[in-house]
Design a protein around this ligand. Structure first.
Ligand code: GDP
Length: 295
């Protein structure tokens, strides 16, 4: 399960504090060193760690904490609150366009889980009474269209495709199709690459300009840690993304991506993917994630 190492190391640091009863500023600083190491080992961006440790320390060495009857418990609470803030505080909702359809452009590197999670999201909103349409614009990877049709049918969401023609034409036609058929949400599956590359970014920028999507959701793989954060930064600089879906949180991701993305890009994680099954999708709640990390 994701975050195991981090959870273990944080609990060890807190256990030492609890064992001491009354705490001095030096005790807190010692614990903060361990927390800092735990976060770095979990692949959290080093600037994010520095800022995080500074905020927690500032609050934790306050006299109201150290002189309280349960200082260790209060420090755990502070860490929990600061982890929640780091990940964006509240759940950040998908923007729904006042003028349907809401168009969501799904972007990401190959293998991040774009196609699968496009279907997961479409299925998720269908269950909430929406009428989504999936649009197959990944014309770069030959098998992508068929893959989208397979997962689309599994969540009972129609898939619009026009073969391997210009993806921008497909996106525009897909949105027109949605308007005619009463689909109020359009999920656009775009092409990826193995690495961030200029040609891909140019194509996505052109698509963004042509269709003016309501949301540009970046799909990132939590398992690749710092690389996920770097990919998010690059996509955000090129496309000004509106949010992130973090996938594969069921794996042994060390946590770095979940904890760094909001702080590094300023863009919230809106959804998480927690398994290969198409119903393994959830809204992202920073407070629940913080509690899960703290074990
Ligand atoms: P794309 O290249 O970005 O379109 O990625 P795919 O949708 O083809 O997904 C790549 C692989 O990741 C597939 O084998 C998916 O089943 C798998 N996958 C996607 N999301 C998750 C997830 O949340 N958890 C796990 N364990 N696997 C996932």
């Amino acid at each position: 399960m994701a975050f195991e190492g981090l959870t273990e190391k944080l609990s060890a640091a807190f256990k030492k504090l609890r064992g001491k009863g009354r705490l001095s500023e030096a005790d807190v600083k010692e614990a903060m060193k361990e927390i800092r190491m735990a976060l770095l080992e979990a692949d959290v961006n080093f600037k994010v760690v520095k800022q995080f440790v500074a905020s927690v320390t500032e609050r934790a060495v306050g006299s109201d904490v150290l002189e309280s009857l349960t200082p260790a418990q209060m420090i755990v609470k502070i860490v929990n609150e600061e982890l929640t803030n780091l990940m964006g505080g509240e759940n950040s909702k998908l923007t729904i366009s006042p003028k349907p359809p809401t168009v969501i452009m799904l972007c990401g590197l190959n293998g991040a889980g774009k196609t699968t999670n496009g279907a997961k999201l479409a299925g998720f909103f269908k269950k909430q009474g929406k009428r989504p349409l999936l649009v197959a614009c990944d014309t770069f990877r030959p098998a992508a269209i068929t893959q989208l049709e397979v997962v689309g049918s599994q969540v009972d969401v129609p898939v619009f495709q026009m073969g391997q023609i210009d993806p921008i034409d497909i996106a525009k036609a897909g949105i027109e199709h949605a308007k005619k058929h009463g689909n109020d949400m359009v999920f656009i599956d775009t092409a990826g690459r193995l690495h961030v590359d200029e040609e891909l970014m140019d194509q996505l920028k052109q698509m963004k300009a042509a269709i003016e999507p309501t949301e540009i959701l970046l799909i990132v793989d939590a398992m690749i840690g710092q690389d996920a954060v770097n990919a998010a930064k690059a996509f955000d600089e090129a496309l000004d993304i509106t949010g992130v879906m973090l996938t594969k949180l069921d794996g042994d991701a060390r946590g770095g991506a979940a904890l760094s993305i909001k702080a590094v890009t300023g863009k919230p994680i809106k959804f998480v993917g927690q398994g290969e099954k198409l119903d393994q999708v959830d809204l992202f709640y920073p407070d629940r994630m913080a509690s899960r990390i703290l074990g």
